[in-house]
Design a binder for this molecule. Structure first.
Ligand SMILES: Nc1nc2c(c(=O)[nH]1)N[C@H]1C(S)=C(S)[C@@H](COP(=O)(O)O)O[C@H]1N2
Ligand SMILES: [Mo]
Length: 210
């Protein structure tokens, strides 16, 4: 557990240093029941809340030593992270080699300092969408809050100005229009998790529905 955490953080440190960009072989990348697309479909509740950057803020709080509310300038002043990952939607499409830039989740965790009691995360978007994960699922080298896709500001319909990217889970776990991250000492189901979607959401075991 601890060793696994150290390995993930070591992989992330190599990415931050720009020295490592692992080759991504195509074999075995497509999870069962998925097909590959290249048009990055839009899936959400149909509400695209337009948040001027001057009014945007991200609140990170709960079971942490150092709760913060970041405005856009403070968020963008954090160490920047770029990574390439695959994106898997439960409606059976996957898109490979998605280049996102933003702030790594490890950077945010280092900033707020989770207490030992923190076990779960609860995310809320500006459209009031919610979703949840174990803390451990986000303490990984490929998890970030993205503000750019393919070098361009993240389009509103894909969750701009900023959204969560958690490549190893189905995409509904990645809150678009992110407004708040609550570190918790217990799990609480989000919007789709309350409506029959799997709580663990692992694409490679086709863990779609609860
Ligand atoms: N805030 C918010 N985030 C959200 C959603 C949403 O409706 N609102 N939909 C989720 C679902 S079901 C999916 S599949 C992905 C889709 O992301 P995309 O529209 O960029 O493809 O966003 C997820 N994050
Ligand atoms: Mo979805």
């Amino acid at each position: 557990m601890k060793e696994d955490y150290v390995r993930r953080k070591e992989r992330w440190a190599k990415k931050m240093s720009g020295k490592e960009r692992p080759a991504r072989p195509n074999a075995g990348r497509l999870p069962p029941g998925q097909h590959e697309v290249s048009n990055f479909p839009v899936l959400d509740l149909g509400v695209h809340p337009e948040i001027p950057l001057g009014e945007w803020s991200l609140k990170i709080h709960g079971e942490v030593e150092n709760p913060v509310t970041l405005d856009w300038e403070q968020f963008m002043a954090l160490p920047q992270f770029r990574d390439v990952s695959d994106f898997h939607c439960v409606t059976t499409w996957s898109q490979f080699d998605m280049e996102f830039s933003g702030v790594a989740f490890f950077t945010l965790a280092d900033l707020v300092k989770p207490k030992p009691s923190a076990t779960h995360l609860f995310f809320t978007g500006y459209d009031d969408y919610t979703t949840n994960t174990p803390l451990d699922a986000c303490m990984d080298d490929d998890v970030m809050i993205a503000h750019a896709w393919n070098g361009q500001p993240l389009p509103l319909e894909h969750g701009g100005p900023a959204r969560m990217i958690i490549p190893k889970l189905y995409a509904w776990k990645g809150a678009k229009f992110i407004r708040e991250i609550h570190f918790r000492d217990h799990d609480e189901l989000g919007f789709w998790e309350q409506r029959g979607y799997s709580n663990s959401a692992d694409p490679f075991t086709e863990d779609r529905f609860a």
